[in-house]
Design a protein around this ligand. Structure first.
Ligand code: ZN
Length: 472
């Protein structure tokens, strides 16, 4: 399907992540930006795109309009004021409500959207128009407000009004979450298709015919139920969109049952051969981009939340710094990673400063972040360990939890991003059988280590089985 290179996508979740994005600029192709973040800090994001993307034509960005946020669990859109204890709509969400032309009063009364609102209280055409225009014009709005047009005229004479890198790579049609166990799910499905069709038509006239993608956000029970899955595949297959972005709610590749990952692959196989990006995926998804499978054309992951994500809460989550153990393609607690390295004789605490780092660089990770912090001696692996603590006060006791210092966080984060880049490169270059064999060998090697629990590495045989079956 993908005649182009596999797209490595990074999710820009919160404002605080901007500094890391700048430093890790070489570690991704596209940036996926949450709608609420895009609305709330539009100038900061637009500035970043103008400065960084202008001379990097292969880079790109797109905005997830997160319209599903108004469909369920509206309570999550509110936050409690520390001073008054009162709940109010989060500022970034309030901006989005305004931009999308939704009723602020209604959201304040916590009444979620239902399919029958569309065509009655909400005009479908103008809803789509607002949402596409928000994505399409985000950067140019900033250019106008900051009076940067003259600058663009100077560097791009004659085409300054429509510099491709300053527009999103594609638009995402408004969409809603599909849960086959929730009321009206088939109505939501038809509405999604209708909104996507309107988006495709509108892009031609209003957005210079920019590609339109349909975002398919599903509950796990949809992909394990053949009849629901069939309805999804059928509905989205006839859509004349340019591609699909997919998000399966809380689908964790390392912990899912084989039936769930099989359902995910069945969905990918059922869809037409267009660009298909998984919005939250790990190494399994990257394997699915391999040219002998071609089931995905891109994979996205977050900076710290990683590789699976629950649909609700919207744009939230608790980032935890963990060390990405590249041989097993999984984030691990520092302590477990330490035991695995000791077990594989990569470090030895009986030797002065735990021995040389040569084996680590050849067998575990040779990324520039590891080289920088570990240097010659394995004792520096401690730099991935969280050294600070924070306290949670409960009625009768105090809980002490490990907290990553900002250095630890950065070490874990940059090592992680560079590992991901390496995974994309390897999957592009190596034979699939060889990649799967590497995986199985690593699983065998670490299986016997005492810190690996029974069944903990089962995901490797599941990935191997599914990829091998899909290749046939
Ligand atoms: Zn590394």
């Amino acid at each position: 399907m993908a005649n182009n290179k596999t797209v490595h996508i990074l999710r820009y979740g919160t404002v605080a992540e901007k500094v890391h994005l700048e430093k890790a600029f070489s570690a991704f192709d596209y940036l996926s930006i949450n709608g609420n973040t895009a609305a709330y800090v539009s100038n900061a994001i637009a500035k970043f795109i103008v400065e960084k993307f202008f001379s990097n034509k292969e880079k790109g960005y797109f905005i997830d309009p997160i319209t599903y946020a108004f469909q369920n669990k509206i309570d999550l859109l509110f936050s409690k004021s520390k001073s008054t204890n009162e709940y109010s709509i989060k500022k970034s969400i309030a901006k989005l409500i305004d931009i999308y032309g939704l009723s602020m009063n209604r959201i304040k009364q916590r009444i979620p959207l239902v399919p029958s609102d569309f065509g009655s209280s909400i005009d479908k055409d103008s809803f789509v128009e607002r949402i596409l225009s928000f994505q399409y014009n985000l950067v140019y709005k900033h250019v106008q407000e900051q009076d940067l047009q003259k600058y663009l005229d100077y560097i791009a004479p004659g085409q300054s009004d429509n510099i491709p890198q300053l527009r999103p790579k594609f638009l995402i049609a408004p969409y809603f979450y599909l849960d086959n166990q929730a009321p009206y799910w088939e109505e939501w499905l038809s509405l999604n298709i209708e909104l996507a069709n309107i988006s495709i038509a509108q892009s031609k006239h209003n957005c210079n015919n920019l590609p339109v993608f349909a975002q398919i956000v599903l509950n796990k029970s949809v992909i394990t139920d053949p009849s629901s899955l069939n309805k999804i595949v059928k509905a989205y297959s006839i859509l004349e969109c340019d591609g699909y972005t997919i998000w399966i709610d809380d689908l964790n590749e390392h912990e899912s049952a084989k039936a769930e990952l099989n359902g995910f692959v069945a969905l990918l196989k059922g869809l037409p051969r267009k660009q298909i990006y998984n919005m939250y995926g790990g190494y399994f998804s990257i394997l699915l981009t391999h040219k002998s499978l071609s089931l995905l054309s891109g994979v996205s992951h977050g900076l710290e939340y990683g590789e699976s994500r629950m649909v609700y809460p919207v744009g939230g989550g608790i980032p935890v710094s963990k060390y990405y153990f590249l041989p097993l393609h999984r984030r691990l607690d520092f302590t477990k990673a330490f035991y695995l390295l000791e077990y594989a004789k990569v470090l030895d605490t009986n030797i002065e400063n735990w021995g040389s780092s040569d084996k680590y660089f050849s067998d575990i990770c040779g990324c520039s972040q590891c080289k920088k912090i570990i240097g010659k001696e394995m004792i520096n692996f401690m730099e991935f360990e969280s050294k600070e603590f924070y306290e949670i006060h409960r009625k009768n006791h105090v809980l002490r939890r490990k907290k990553a210092s900002s250095d630890t966080k950065q070490n874990c984060l940059y090592h992680y991003l560079l590992c991901k880049k390496m995974e994309f490169l390897q999957v592009e270059r190596k034979d699939l059988k060889q990649l799967l064999n590497d995986l199985k060998n690593k699983s065998q090697l670490y299986q016997a280590c005492h810190s690996i629990k029974e069944g903990e590495l089962d995901y490797i045989s599941i990935w191997d089985e599914i990829c091998s079956e899909a290749e046939e």
